[in-house]
Design a binder for this molecule. Sequence first.
Ligand code: NOJ
Length: 531
Amino acid sequence: MTEDVPRWWQSGLIYQIYPRSFQDSDGNGIGDLNGIRRRLDYLETLGVDAIWMSPMFVSPMKDFGYDVADYCAIDPRFGTMEDFDALLAEARARGLRIILDLVPNHTSDQHAWFKEARSSRTSPKRDWYLWSDPAPNGGRPNNWLSEFGGPAWTFDAATDQYYYHAFLPEQPDLNWRNPEVRAAIYDVMRFWLDKGVGGFRVDVLWHLLKDDARRDNPENPGWHEGMSPTHRLLPIYTTDLPDMQSIVREMRSVVDEYDERVLIGELYLPIERLVRYYGEELDGAHLPFNFALIEAPWHARELDRLIRDYEAAVPHGGWPNWVLGNHDKPRISGRVGPAQARVAAMLLLTLRGTPTLYYGDEIGMPQAQLSGTETRDPVERNVPGFGLGRDGCRTPMQWDDTPNAGFTTGLPWLPLATDDPAVTVAAEDADPDSMLSLHRRLITHRRQHPALSVGSFHPLAAEGDVLLFQREHGSERFLVALNLGPAATEVALEASARATVAVATTTGREGEAITGTFTLGSDEGLLLKLD
Ligand code: NOJ
């Protein structure tokens, strides 16, 4: 903790909503702000502290909102500014913060800034984007690749130059070296902060600066046939440039003009580079998103090592965070199976640091297997066959056993992941053994016992498939024992220690008193309160 009294974003739980898929209120098959407002009761009783909403700004939706055409207006598909204000007011009245998704790396090609920039080489906004003359042979300026397939440069015939886009051609990158661009985005931040949002999750924060000299990215020596073509090069001149830290500091200073707001950065980087985004003086992002659990092989020893490495790397005074899933990666239940997804939930909600929970994971929504004709994601369309597609984790939230699981009265924009009525909020609410009930118990414990949120962390062991660690605060101590494998295993408590099972991922063990040695069943996680 940075101070004695933890901030809300330290002790709290963040819940990510993909607005297109959470709750539709007008029957057009696309979730919206009034839909989210209708479900605030659910979120409040689940016990979340903040909602991070993926973008709901005006957008042509080429990348489903990550192509913003107006940062300060709501896309009509999601509602109106009045709807947003009503959602924010109601959320705040319930003590829920709303964190917005800021997309500063690129705009839509339909944004007024880009239209103006591309209108002529002498446009005052020309330098707001990254333009380059063709190479001497008339080809692209260099070898930079788009994350979404193909080259990252698109030719603009009207002005005879190429522009750079790290993602789709319809998502031209802004020039973050231009102070006017920075000022414009900081004004956007102030617009929403003035309204009272809780802060921002900053999209692709590590992408903002690119090499001024536009040097070619080197070949990736680890690349081989069968790997996505987008990974053929190492993006050393297009991402995580050394001067990024001064930009992050500037962004943080905007957030710090307001009380109690949070700056979260989306950063897919190895741990040692990730933690630099806290800033040398802890003047960077409050929470550089830690995706280690998303990327790790699901083995006790691997997890133990990455947790220790991360704990050791977080700078003194910096606050850790953990993420199990998001709208870009296969769902946890798809990655590790339904039984281990319960163990994973216990891990997420008992580690030291702020957890971010992805909508639907709390009811064990599966990763959807969609047919080719159902593909909506531009990544899957452009780079098919590499498992990069993101539709499978973006399917509608499953509420009840009414048509479309209560998501919409119209035709849902993506099909449901499953029509199993057991995988719905309504069914799981009534079932004490459900994934939802497990989440509720874990969250309740986390809220009741500071040891589990802000307490210290002590790794104990990873033997075979078992991962053990302890959390402590004042006189309270918890032991977390997770079996990541299919075989029952014996675990020994410290000599003369006694404990009670506070939460179990399996049935019938809560309240059990434990001394000496106990059995951890297959795929079983136990949260033990030590006496
Ligand atoms: C990261 C977002 O999470 C992803 O959904 C989006 O496509 C890219 N950034 C581009 O904005």
